[in-house]
Each structure stands twice: as C-alpha cells, then as structure tokens.
Design a protein around this ligand. Structure first.
Ligand code: HEM
Length: 461
C-alpha cells in the first residue's frame, strides 16, 4: 500500500521531485491513442503494472491516475482547494450547462451549491417517491405487454426514457409533459454531442456550419425554450409546484438574501436534467444484466421484496428497509460505476503519496479502476452484493468505493439516485424475471458515463 502518511502534506522542494512510473507510449502521442481506443484497459492495466499512482503523457498533457483511497481523499477532499475541475468538464459546460453546479468553480459554485442543497435533503426527496413510482409503473405496464408477446427489447433505452421522465417530473412537476417528446429528443442530441466534444482533442467551434453543430445548437435552443417557458410561467404565477424548480426558485442566499436569476435557474435545471438521468439509467441497465446472470442473487432479492413489501408497491419509508436491494445496486455500481472517471487540474505544485505533482498536471481518479483494486476487493471481477453487507463494508477504507465522487464536489443527487434506483429495482423484480438475450454483445462504452455500447437486450418471464 502507498504510504498514507504523505497524503495531505504540503508541497516539498527538490528532494521529493519524484515522478510516478508509467507507460512510455508512442513517441509523439504518448498514451493518447489508447486513451481514445480503450481507456478502461489502459487505466486498469496501468494500476496493475505500475501501482497506485501512474504517470501518463497524452500529447502535451501530463496525467496521473490515482488508485489509492488516501490519494482519492487527498485530491477530492482534503486538498480539494488545490485541484480545480479539469478542462473537459469546462468544455462540457460551454453551451449546454452554462455555469451550473457540475461545471461552475470557486465562490460562485459554493453559493449555488448552498442554495441548491436543501432541495436534496432526504425528507424533501421522500416526497418525490410517488412520482418515481408512477413513472415506473407506466413503464412496467408497457413491459407487461412485451412479456405477453415474448418480444426481446433493449432495457437500457427504456431505463434512459424512464429516468429522463422522472427527473423532468421531479424538476417541473407535469409542466413539460406537453413538450416531453421534444425535450427527450433534444436531450439525446445534446448528450451525444457533449460526449463527442469531451473526447475530441480539437472540438469544432460551434460557428462552423457543420450539420452536427447545427443540430446541437438547435437542440440546446429547444431545451432553452422549454426551460425558460416554465420559469416564466412560475414567475408570473401561472403555475405552481412543490418540485425541485420551486425549491430552487425559493432558495435565498443566507448572507445576501438574493435568489437565483432566470439564467442561473436555467443553468441549474439543465445540469440536473443532464446529470440526473443517464447515470441512473446506466446503473439500472448494468444491474439488470448482472442479476440476470446470477439467479441466486435474484432469488435473495425477491425474498427480501416479499418480506418487506409483501406484494404492495414500495413507499419512501420502505427504501431503508430494502437492504439487500441496495446492496445489489451498490455492487453493480462497483463493477460498472456510471461516472467511471473524474479529473482535476493541479492549481499549484503539490506532493501526493510520495510523488511530485507539478502545477497543471491532470490528476484523474477512476471509480472503475479503484473498484477493481484487488487489495480492497478480493476476486474483484466477481459480482457479489454481500460485499456491501454492513459488517463487511466497515472493513474497507472509506474512499475505496466512490461511485458518487467525494468531498465538496460529491454528487448532490446521490440520495435521489439511490432512492430512485432501489424503488425501480423493487418494482421491477416484484413483477418480472429478466433474461438476457443469448449472443447479444454486452460491451462497456466509456464516454462521459459508462454505457452498454449495444444496449442490454432482455426478455421477460
Ligand atoms: C447513479 C447515479 C449517479 C451517479 C453515479 C452520479 C455520479 C456523480 C459524480 C461522480 C459526481 C462528481 C463528479 C466530480 O467530482 O467531478 C456527480 C456530481 C453531480 N451530480 Fe451526480 N450522479 C448520479 C445521479 C445524479 C442525480 C440523480 C442528480 C440530480 C438529480 C445528479 C446531479 C449531480 C450534480 C448537480 C453534480 C455536481 C455537484 C457539484 O459539483 O456541486 N447526479 N455525480
């Protein structure tokens, strides 16, 4: 294990200018081509071959991958002020997210986070349980018809539509129902282009008259129109809601008493739209796939559902009691963490786990890689929800598992996502047995989130 005592120590001078080991890569590209071709292999192999801190060069960029819990704590928690969000995140922000929580920095981010936080308290979230259950029931009723017809289908696409519907209802109540199809279409285009822009080394400027640019700009325009329409209606008192938007509109800065402007509201809403659905959808798709291959897990899941719910629909107060269902979701996010990597840029020289971190270095931490570190996860590729049994979870260092990040920038929607995920899984396995279609390739595709590249084709029994 790396020497934990060095984490958190102040920058040191020449004596400790040691750089971490890592692959040399191509003389010009460094490891950039592999990063683009197969980053999951590049980074997991890096941890295996070089250890807990690996140095990569990608063209002119110096990148460290940190796979030690103390290192994660150092970068995301204890020394977070020294590490700003890395550039790809800010690129992502440019048109779609503006200065929303995911992309903002500094004092502005701090203020926005303080304003938004109360909307995500557990008691507030409990009120959203009913709308989550309604949306899930609507999807499962459609699945019932599919079951009767014996028709195979891609559950990943259905989970994406479901979580988008849930986050829109949670944000706006039913305000966008009339625009739901247009919003969903625009969101798909915006998400695809955002993915492409993040991965591209030289994203095309938006003013260039390419079809892709035009589609992206149009998608953002559609989303803007819907969001501003809803905000305007609320401001003029034409509609009300006890939803997240209402809470964001009411939120007042404790010090100044100021509320958010329309532009700030728009940026936060767009951020929650985006951050709040694809991640959860992927977690559900991976879970369905993993459970389908482990009948013993499915049996245990069903037994818990029988004991806790006895056939009735789950409610907010049941979520805590569905322990094993939560463990299944936790273990699925261990193997396939939807936010599989995040990166920071060192704002000043630093010293991390015995290595020198020059200013400007990108420091990446990857739940995907850490969650497969055999030191904390024996037999790491095995799907075993019992790893998350309360007594066993205590045996591990806290930051050996971080699907929602850590520290001040930790996911604000983690309780939302866990409640939603457990609720959907409970309702799903109360009604159906999921079988995966044999021979259909299931391949993780690491974009902004970790998706199943060809979807997950299932049949219901
Ligand atoms: C399984 C589902 C989810 C996963 C795995 C996930 C993961 C993450 C991670 C890892 C971060 C931190 C990124 C970083 O440090 O660079 C994050 C941030 C964030 N997430 Fe989530 N998320 C999920 C669901 C949600 C939901 C449902 C919402 C909203 C309804 C949401 C809203 C946000 C926001 C606004 C941030 C930025 C917070 C800040 O910087 O202050 N997420 N998420």
């Amino acid at each position: 294990m790396s020497d934990a005592s060095t984490a958190g120590s102040p920058p040191v001078s020449s004596a400790a200018r040691k750089l971490p080991p890592g692959p040399k890569g191509h003389w010009f590209w460094g490891s950039l081509q592999e990063r683009r071709r197969d980053p999951l292999t590049l980074f997991t192999r890096g941890m295996r071959d070089y250890g807990d801190v690996v140095h990569y060069r990608m063209l002119i960029r110096e990148i460290y991958l940190v796979s030690d819990p103390e290192g994660v704590k150092h970068v995301l928690v204890e020394q977070a002020a020294r590490y700003a969000k890395a550039k790809p995140m800010r690129k992502l922000g440019a048109l779609l997210l503006g200065d929303g929580l995911l992309t903002a920095e500094g004092d502005f981010w701090k203020r926005q986070r303080r304003l938004a936080q109360p909307a995500f308290h557990r008691e507030r979230l409990a009120r959203l349980c009913g709308l989550m259950a309604d949306a899930t029931r609507e999807m499962l009723d459609r699945w019932e018809r599919r079951r009767q017809q014996g028709e195979p289908f891609d559950c990943a696409a259905d989970f994406m539509a479901l979580t988008l519907s849930i986050v829109s209802r949670a944000l706006f109540s039913m305000d966008v129902s009339a625009d739901a199809a247009a919003v969903a279409r625009a969101m798909v285009v915006a998400l695809e282009e955002t993915n492409r822009r993040i991965l591209s080394f030289f994203p095309l400027p938006l003013w260039m008259p390419m079809a892709r640019n035009r589609e992206y700009v149009e998608a953002v325009r559609v989303l803007d129109e819907v969001v501003f329409k809803v905000i305007d209606a609320r401001r003029k008192g034409r509609s009300e809601g006890a939803d997240l938007l209402a809470m964001l509109m009411e939120a007042r800065d404790e010090e100044t008493g100021a509320t958010m402007t329309d532009r700030q509201l728009r940026d936060e809403v767009m951020t929650l739209f985006l951050a709040g659905h694809e991640t959860t959808a992927n977690a559900l798709a991976w879970t369905a796939w993993l459970v389908a291959q482990h009948p013993e897990v499915e049996a245990k899941l069903r037994s818990e559902l029988g004991q806790v719910l006895g056939g009735r629909p789950p409610e907010a107060q049941d979520i805590q009691k569905l322990r094993y269902t939560s463990q299944v979701l936790d273990e699925s996010m261990r193997l396939y963490p939807p936010a599989w990597i995040t990166a920071r840029e060192a704002q000043e020289d630093d010293h991390l786990l015995g290595f020198h971190v020059p200013k400007g270095t990108i420091v990446a931490v990857s739940p995907y890689v850490m969650h497969r570190n055999p030191r904390y996860w024996p037999d790491p590729d095995r799907f075993d929800p019992d790893r998350f049994a309360p007594d066993r979870a205590q045996e591990r260092p806290r930051h050996a598992y971080f699907p929602f990040g850590a520290g001040q920038r930790m996911c604000i929607g983690n309780n939302f996502a866990l409640m939603e995920g457990v609720l959907i899984l409970a309702m799903l396995y109360q009604r159906f047995t999921v079988k995966v279609v044999e021979g259909h390739p299931v391949v993780p595709l690491p974009r902004v989130t970790l998706r199943p590249q060809h979807g997950i084709r299932i049949q219901l029994a």
